[in-house]
Write a protein that binds this ligand. Sequence first.
Ligand code: HEC
Ligand code: HEC
Length: 430
Amino acid sequence: MKSGTDEIRLSPRSSANESMDVSSIRSFKYALRGSENWWKVVLVCTLIFLFTSGYERSSAQRQVLPGDPLRGLTAYEFEEFKLGLDDFLEVENAEEGLGPAYNNTSCAGCHNVPAIGGIAPMTTTRAGIRGDDGSYRDIEPGRDSLFQLFSIPTHGCQSMIPPEANVISRRVPIPLFGAGLVEMVSDNTLLRMADPEDLDRDGISGRAPIVLDLVTGESRVGRFGWKSQRATLMDFGGDAYRNEMGITNDLFPNELTFRLSEQQLALCDALPDPEDVVEPSTGRRGIDNFNSFMRFLAPPARGPITKEVVTGRLVFESIGCSMCHVPSLTTARNSNPLFDQRAVNLFSDLLLHDVGTGDGIGQAGAAPEELRTPPLWGLRFRRPLLHNGSASTVTDSILRHTNEASAARDGFLSLSPYDRSTLIAFLGSL
Ligand code: HEC
Ligand code: HEC
């Protein structure tokens, strides 16, 4: 079993424990003074100490904590990661371009559980129009379906959902741990797994949506977001900076407002666009910094692998969960060894499926009923579950799977209580 040990970072964390061990052994020696065989006790204690401190050090090395960078960054890359982290944390205000409409004041405001880069227990709101034939359209063609929650004073540019909207959806944040590895999986790897017409007749299709990468202007396979709506982290970061925070940038140069005239907008937001400009001291834009931070974030390490967990993994495969939650993909060749043909143990095919929970919003290459298979790595750090946060437990979310995932759900329902408990233990180790 792969356990994510690819991404190991040397960590000085064990030093506090070691000094505690030294002092406790000293006091033990003191208490034994006078005993004839004290030197034997000291020898045994020293051996125990050497053994346990060595053991501790190696387990500390093996452990990657959420929010850590990938192991093996160059000093330059680490500097880029830190600059990115600073910008990701930075709380913006209206003078710096926040708004006029926005969802939060920093990236980290929605990506911080259990560490910076993770999630937050909040949802964003999207709205649109569904026809009787199941088709979807945005309320204003060309405008995104997002309706921000907040606006800067005097609130003249608050976005409001108009009454003609007949589909309103909510979405929870997605953690960014390991996102750089996900980005480096080739389009071909994803296209090879896709089976849009279900030619192998296993009941599972799976589509690789083609989206436009705004950075290069190329058509790419989308893989980020609940709808696999973007192909690259740079693109997603630019989209998030404008949509979530109202900070326009080179990729998204216009404010996302709703039915506002130029004059109304000028009253709310007098800053020229794009608002995200090159910082003279670093030569970088905000979107460059976000990109570095996300690219270098390490994937979440696995929890303890017990006997139940090992059995549960077999159950996971035997009932067909792994047909969509594919345990491991491999990155393409890359001149940077951090990303060169690395295992990405994400438990997802990154493809779009209809599992009966679709949010009714068509977006980029995704149909209204489709959602990307969410990677299950780091599942134990994530609640609530499902795209809209409507499931409290892992069991709830499995029971909500239908359509393409009906067979897997039926498999789950027919498990013995023991097998079911091992499956839950396995999912709890992710
Ligand atoms: C208001 C909360 C909020 C803020 C602020 C926010 N995000 Fe997010 N983020 C989300 C939500 C919700 C999603 C899922 C969106 C979707 O797919 O519809 C998401 C998804 C993402 C993803 C996709 C990850 C993946 O693996 O699919 C990336 C990348 C991302 N955000 C980056 C950023 C960056 C960079 C910033 C700051 C510029 C930012 N986010 C600010 C809520 C937020
Ligand atoms: C046909 C593909 C497919 C199969 C098979 C499948 N899933 Fe899923 N799974 C999905 C999709 C798509 C979602 C997202 C649904 C949503 O958010 O509404 C999902 C969501 C989940 C979630 C919630 C994750 C989160 O971050 O919110 C869990 C847990 C999960 N699946 C576990 C399983 C297990 C266990 C099985 C086997 C019983 C299984 N899945 C079978 C596609 C699949």
